[in-house]
Write a protein that binds this ligand. Structure first.
Ligand code: S3P
Length: 175
């Protein structure tokens, strides 16, 4: 990134369990930028949890809110923005992200993702993984196989801790 880019955002995309929220928080602290999480903004706007939103209004309605929040957040600059794993599914969202800043995709292998999303703290939080989480991750990974390829940079987090990923990204940002 060069000096002219400093008013833009860094947008973190990736499948559930890739560490978007943690990396986004660490990176924002290191850069002294605002930290935003679109899932949290959606919950604030709706006054409901994502789980409630999915079960009461359905996924489409959640996706509409997601698009709205993404546009609104990215109308400002100098923020590190963590997005939900499905925010990349709409083409209009991908365009909003690409014009709002630098898009970073985090990936991890299937086994790590399953381990992370089924950990005690994460279990039951994600409506799309209700039921057999392992099977759901497998199916969703298959349908989203190329969904994150549009990013400017792709970082594999399988063997990296969130702080290692942050260091790597900082080197890229400052280069
Ligand atoms: C979703 C991922 C979730 C959340 C919602 C839908 C998805 O965010 O936005 O449950 O479609 O992959 P995380 O990726 O932060 O878990």
């Amino acid at each position: 990134m060069n000096g002219n880019d400093s008013s833009r955002n860094i947008i973190i995309v990736g499948f559930m369990g890739t560490g978007k929220s943690t990396v986004s928080r660490l990176l924002s602290e290191r850069l002294g930028w605002e930290s935003k999480d679109t899932d949290e903004e959606i919950e604030r706007l709706a006054g409901q949890s994502i789980k409630q939103l999915f079960s009461e209004d359905g996924e489409e309605s959640f996706r509409d809110l997601e698009s709205r929040v993404l546009k609104e957040v990215l109308s400002r600059g100098r923020q590190v923005v963590a997005t939900g794993g499905g925010a990349v599914l709409r083409e209009s969202n991908r365009r909003t992200m690409l014009s709002g800043g630098w898009v970073i995709a985090l990936t991890a292998d299937k086994e790590s993702l399953i381990r992370r999303v089924t950990s005690a703290a994460a279990a039951g939080m994600r409506p799309l993984l209700a039921g057999d989480a392992e099977e759901r991750v497998g199916t969703l990974l298959e349908t989203r196989r190329h969904a994150y390829d549009f990013a400017h940079v792709i970082v594999d987090t399988t063997l990296r801790s969130p702080s290692e990923v942050t260091d790597l990204l900082l080197r890229w940002v400052n280069r």
